[in-house]
Design a protein around this ligand. Structure first.
Ligand code: AMP
Ligand code: ZN
Length: 462
């Protein structure tokens, strides 16, 4: 497979460190509000990536964090505490806010048919790991204390800014960065807050530097090291993470272990934008959720189809006309698949190879979709073979093409699936069986992915 690596700005042949295993880390949601469909576009891209890797025979360990502490409204250390803002808005505690929106996010994942990660990890469950990494950085000479907070001194890390290609001049001048007078250098960032400008934080922990809470970036480098080791294959996120969050994650991970490069391939999904090119943001007013699409009569998989039609590295403009076209496209495709009957056939090798060349070419999903349509409209191929082939393709597309048009997972079933995925991730097999029975009693058949794929409950009508 060829994948575009942000580190080198080139498409590169994908060679994992220890094939066939692939370590994949995806920055997860900040759970202070619903995910918007822009965020979900990024998770869809990551799902296509994981499915494409598995389709090509790799065994993927997919780790995703849940940010439930410490992320400010700006990716740098300025702005308000997002979790606290959510709590004030809804007159709840930050812990209640985190628990509620985490569940809501996983329910969105179920509706979009996103594979449950092999490991999900909450920041607040990994404070000890973060403290340990900050201690390592302190031992290695990368930190300083200013006004009681612990900062990362970016001038001590020789590779600082390579991912974002920040040049040295810019690093010095700190262009565009609001300067915190307590920092020695404009790009320095907080590892551990003891003195917060907000005061009265609910989420606080003891640390060698005093009672406080972690900076945002440290959670991803600490948790990815814990679950994927000191070096791993692929790290993903949206393009907004390149200049600050991922740049700082690299400085932390490599500063702590001395290993370079920490991650072999960095992949970033481009933004979903609105008509006037405005970016969709959780903190802005232009905020569309998956539930808002569903309330307007679209299926979650219509949005999946909408995203499949554009390449992940291109900006994608959202429009209702585009959603209508996607809805029609998916319905027509499903009708064609349904009309193929149920006879068992053989996978057509020629189409399979065309499909996989598209997928393996840096996830060219629009091209892969064109291959699907060409297959469906090819009079030379027997219906049974078309069916077998399209079912194979659907392992990557995840469109549930063999479910009848209009197939939807009801909200109460989605809730049970989220609980069951968590039980399976924790290897709590009794609970997982109990939840399977509950789901089946609501009229659905449960299909499990292999154990190596953790969670992974999928359902179909009985
Ligand atoms: P957050 O929950 O804010 O941490 O963001 C979750 C993911 O969504 C991150 O990978 C972001 O880079 C990504 N993201 C944020 N806004 C957009 C957008 N408008 N389009 C696509 N991805 C986005
Ligand atoms: Zn992250």
């Amino acid at each position: 497979m060829k994948l575009f690596n942000t580190l080198t700005r080139r498409k590169e042949e994908f060679e994992p460190i220890t094939p066939p295993n692939v370590g994949l880390y995806c920055c997860g949601p900040t759970v202070y509000n619903y995910a918007h469909i822009g965020n979900l576009r990024t998770y869809l891209f990551e799902d296509f990536l994981r499915r494409a890797l598995e389709f090509n025979g790799y065994v993927v360990k997919h780790v995703m964090n849940v940010t439930d502490v410490g992320h400010l409204t700006s990716d740098a250390d300025e702005g308000e505490d997002k979790m606290r803002k959510g709590a004030e808005r809804e007159k709840k505690t930050v812990w209640q806010i985190a628990a509620f929106y985490e569940k809501a996010f996983f329910e969105d994942m179920v509706h979009l048919n996103l594979l449950h990660p092999t490991t999900t990890c909450k920041a607040t469950d990994h404070i000890a790991e973060m403290i340990a990494q900050i201690k390592k950085l302190e031992e290695n000479g990368y930190t300083y204390i200013s006004k009681d907070n612990v900062y990362y001194d970016t001038t001590q890390f020789e590779h600082y800014g390579e991912l974002a290609q920040l040049d040295k001049q810019e690093l010095k001048a700190g262009a565009r960065i609001e300067v915190d007078p307590n920092k020695k250098n404009p790009h320095d960032f907080v590892l551990w807050f003891v003195k917060s400008k907000f005061g009265g934080q609910d989420m606080q922990w003891e640390s060698p530097w005093g009672r406080g809470f972690p900076g945002w970036h440290i959670e991803c480098s600490a948790m990815s090291s814990k679950y994927l080791g000191d070096q791993f294959d692929i790290h993903c996120g949206g393009i907004d993470h390149i200049p600050v969050h991922h740049t700082n994650e690299i400085a932390q991970a490599e500063g702590a272990t001395g290993q370079h490069p920490w991650v072999k391939y960095w992949m970033h999904g481009n933004f979903l934008v609105l008509k006037d090119k405005e970016k969709m943001a959780k903190s802005g007013e232009n905020f569309l959720t998956l539930n808002a699409l569903i309330a307007k009569g679209y299926g979650a998989l219509d949005y999946r189809y909408f995203c499949l039609q554009s390449h992940y590295r291109k900006e994608l403009m959202f429009s209702w006309e585009g959603m209508d076209a996607a809805k029609t496209g998916l319905r027509r495709l499903k009708e064609k698949v349904l009309a193929l009957g149920e006879k068992e056939g053989e996978i057509n090798r020629q189409y399979l190879s065309q499909f996989n060349s598209a997928v393996a070419d840096d996830l060219n999903m629009p091209q892969a979709l064109a291959v699907v349509w060409a297959l469906m409209d090819d009079p030379r191929i027997k219906d049974a073979d078309k069916l077998a082939t399209v079912q194979e393709f659907d392992r990557v597309l995840g469109l549930k093409l063999t479910e009848p048009p209009g197939f939807k997972i009801p909200p109460e079933v989605a809730k049970l699936i989220v609980e069951r995925d968590a039980a399976r991730e924790n290897k709590d097999w009794n609970k997982s069986d109990e939840l399977r029975n509950k789901i089946e009693s609501l009229g659905f058949k449960v299909k499990d992915l292999p154990d190596s794929q953790a969670g992974g409950t999928t359902v179909e009508p009985k």
